[in-house]
Design a protein around this ligand. Structure first.
Ligand code: OAD
Length: 246
């Protein structure tokens, strides 16, 4: 354990009834083997996520977009939560005030790690949504078979994730913004901080008097407003922040 990464401010707030928000991005799952979006390993057949995760791409070529999601579902199916996910769950268990995890990740690994109060603001890789009847169904089976998969109503299914150019689910978004505006400490871990509206959350926390702690391999646009910046892998730094070993 690296004592220099311990955050007395975080531990004190957690244990004295403070409000804690964790904002997670793809870096949180990198050590589980899930590629990040903007890293060199984030490309799939030379496509960028921004070119595939759009309603237009799905309308043009649903099979191509589904093949990408099937690739990602297959990858994530082999992955397990890492020490960063465990540290978040441990923190939630210790918090005596309010706790919310806001994750941009669609891999569902925080659920597997046992975190209970979370908002998956970009949706979930393990759910489909029918373009016809709107039904959302959990689908853990992989591969899904003929693509694009069909609903029992005959409609085409899409991944239940938020694509570029789409709005985030209203209720999910408003609870994330409310928690950011009320928290004492926000930990921003493994996100490049460039995808809005979620990238606003650290600024909202800060402007409302919250203390912002960033964990990342490198500095990001969030680093300039953060009160503490811990550079290093989330799977090492997050347990250190909380003062636990896994
Ligand atoms: P990005 O791929 O943009 O950024 C990942 C961040 O994690 C980078 O800042 C890396 O430096 C950092 N990182 C990588 N490995 C790490 C590690 N082991 N420990 C700590 N940090 C590490 O991913 P996001 O910021 O999550 O949206 O991207 C935001 C959104 O853009 C995604 O949710 C997705 C994407 O397009 C949608 O699909 C709507």
């Amino acid at each position: 354990m690296d004592a220099s990464n311990r955050s007395d401010r975080l531990v004190a707030a957690a244990e004295s009834g403070g409000g804690i928000v964790i904002l997670a991005g793809a870096g949180m799952s990198a050590e589980s083997g899930v590629p990040t979006f903007r890293g060199a390993d984030g490309l799939w057949r030379n496509f960028r996520a921004e070119d595939l995760a759009t309603p237009g791409a799905f309308a043009r070529d649903p099979v191509l977009v589904w093949e990408w999601y099937e690739w990602r579902r297959g990858l994530v199916a082999e992955c397990e939560p890492n020490a960063a996910h465990s540290a978040v769950t441990e923190l939630e268990n210790r918090v005596t005030g309010s706790f919310l995890l806001v994750t941009q990740n669609v891999d569902g690994l925080h659920r597997v790690a046992g975190t209970r109060n979370y908002r998956e603001v970009h949706g979930c890789l393990w759910e489909t949504r029918c373009l016809g009847c709107g039904d959302v169904v959990e689908r853990r089976d992989h591969p899904l078979g003929e693509l694009p998969p069909k609903c029992t109503c005959g409609g085409t299914l899409r991944p239940n994730v938020v694509w570029f150019g789409e709005n985030l689910p209203e209720a999910t978004l408003s609870s994330a913004f409310a928690a950011a505006g009320e928290c004492d400490v926000m930990v921003v871990a493994g996100t490049s901080g460039v995808v809005y509206p979620i990238a606003h959350l650290p600024r909202i926390a800060k402007d409302a008097g919250g203390y912002v702690i960033e964990v990342n391999l490198e500095r990001t646009p969030i680093s300039t407003l953060a009160d503490e910046v811990h550079l290093g892998p989330a799977g090492e730094v997050l347990p250190d922040l909380v003062g636990v070993t896994f």
